[in-house]
Design a protein around this ligand. Structure first.
Ligand SMILES: Nc1ncnc2c1ncn2[C@@H]1O[C@H](COP(=O)(O)OP(=O)(O)OP(=O)(O)O)[C@@H](O)[C@H]1O
Ligand SMILES: [Mg+2]
Length: 456
């Protein structure tokens, strides 16, 4: 009403003093102010939706980065230890004006104080989007879709991130939330020494998994896949997880069970992971005292964490709230795992990472020495059939010299020493080691449990 009164008054004065064209201009400005005030709509976009990340917030942040201009006065800049570039985002108080199909939109960032039970007061960023309310439908149905595309584009070129708990360098801190750094792990499937058939099966499985969004929808299954990687230390389990992440461009969440206090914390952390991610629980046999299962939980001080809590997460409950999730367990001792974890159908694929084979050695020789053949290869192959040496051990030997001959001779010496060592340990000498090795190589290295219903 006040504005309307002002307009009337200005109209009266201007009609006497100001030329008609200027009058129209002034009135349109004031009229605009009036109508903006009364019919403006503002959408608030919070960073979190409960515990899970609000994808629209992320998309808006990415979109706004493309709208930054030199005329802005305050910007936020940051760079993580492994980031290649400085990230620039708009700071609270700054505004971005955008036009979409003739709709004028105004973006802004504000901060609101939020109270958290554990942390006390903290500031929360909220992105605001204002426009004329008559465009609400179009903004929600078309404009926001358009903003989401910028996120999809970025995801395609995204740097794979590694999230872990209590990471001081990232956004999380010691309050038990996820912090992130770039996963700068060079591992790729090409560079991994593992059985070529197994490697191909795994890559095919991953390809099929990401392709089948509609299939999972149709059959009513959650779009998830689980892998158990087992084998001795240094056989490439962690490297394989990195290779999977680099291949799919999925983020990795390294879930350290020993820093989790109870099932609800586990649940909260898992719910706050994003889509297109791999949750990794390393050394599952050591992380949780499985034999305590009957006793009701793993307790240390006031820690209360159960295997059944973990299995519940794998099997159900929250699982329908995310898409394109992969979970990986690694262990050095598959035999020590609780049978509940190994039950058919629980993990989609059991992948055995084992000692280095002649074909694995070819890959390492090519990685480390840049060679595909050499007259010492035959001798090394013969030794590898009899001796249990991990790819990590072989890699270490190959790194000892840049001279190919010296490096390979060093490796032969290393393998011969190992053979002698294992001969002394085995009551029946070299034969036992060799038999064991052959058995390991013959073993069905990969078990596919088929389409898995565990996470529905
Ligand atoms: N299969 C492999 N192919 C290529 N490099 C490998 C392989 N296995 C191990 N390596 C080399 O050895 C290092 C250690 O391997 P990695 O950490 O992946 O083993 P791991 O199986 O996860 O061991 P742990 O059981 O101790 O966690 C890697 O960084 C890599 O350089
Ligand atoms: Mg490992």
């Amino acid at each position: 009403m006040l504005v309307r009164g002002v307009i009337n008054e200005v109209q009266a004065i201007t009609s006497q003093l100001i030329p008609t064209q200027l009058q129209a201009f002034l009135l349109s400005k004031l009229g605009g102010l009036y109508s903006n005030r009364s019919s403006q709509m503002t959408l608030l976009i919070d960073e979190y939706n409960g515990y899970s990340i609000n994808e629209l917030y992320e998309a808006s942040e990415i979109y706004l980065q493309t709208k930054i201009t030199p005329s802005m006065q305050r910007l936020k800049v940051s760079k993580g230890p492994r980031d290649k570039k400085v990230a620039v985002t708009i700071e609270k108080g700054e505004e971005v004006i955008d036009v979409f199909e003739e709709i004028q939109l105004k973006w802004g960032v504000t901060c609101v104080e939020s109270k958290d039970q554990n942390q006390g007061k903290s500031e929360k960023r909220v992105i605001e989007l204002s426009f004329h309310s008559k465009y609400m439908e179009k903004v929600i149905n078309s404009y926001l879709e358009y903003v989401m595309v910028s996120k999809a584009i970025k995801e395609k070129n995204q740097v794979v991130k590694l999230f872990s708990l209590g990471d001081m360098c990232g956004r999380g801190d010691m309050d038990g939330s996820w912090g992130s750094t770039n996963l700068d792990h060079p591992a790729t499937f090409d560079k991994l020494a593992m059985d070529p058939v197994m490697k191909k099966e795994l890559i095919d499985d991953l390809d099929r998994f990401v392709r089948r969004r509609n299939f999972y929808r149709k059959v009513g299954k959650a779009w998830k896949r689980g892998y158990l990687l087992y084998g001795p230390p240094g056989t490439g389990k962690s490297s394989l997880v990195a290779a999977m992440a680099n291949y799919l461009k999925f983020n990795v969440y390294d879930l350290e069970l020993s820093s989790i206090y109870n099932n609800s914390e586990l649940r909260r952390l898992l719910v706050s992971t994003r889509n297109r991610s791999i949750v990794v629980i390393e050394d599952i046999d050591c992380s949780i005292e499985l034999q305590d299962r009957q006793a009701g939980g793993y307790e240390e001080g006031n820690r209360q964490f159960t295997l059944s809590g973990l299995l519940n997460f794998i099997d159900g409950l929250w699982s329908s709230c995310g898409d394109e999730r992969i979970i990986v367990f690694t262990t050095n001792h598959k035999d020590k795992l609780d049978p509940a974890l190994l039950r058919p159908g629980r993990m989609d694929m059991h992948i055995h990472m084992s000692y280095c084979t002649p074909s694995g050695f070819r890959i390492l020789a090519s990685n480390y020495l840049d060679i595909t053949s050499h007259n010492l290869f035959h001798e090394i192959d013969q030794l590898l059939i009899k001796v249990e040496a991990t790819p990590a051990e072989i890699a270490e030997e190959l790194m000892k010299s840049e001279d190919v001959d010296i490096a390979l001779e060093g490796l032969i010496k290393f393998l011969q020493n190992k053979k002698l060592g294992s001969g002394k340990l085995d009551s029946d000498g070299e034969e036992a080691g060799s038999r064991r090795k052959m058995k390991a190589m013959d073993e069905c290295d990969i078990e596919v449990a088929g389409e898995w219903g565990g996470w529905e």
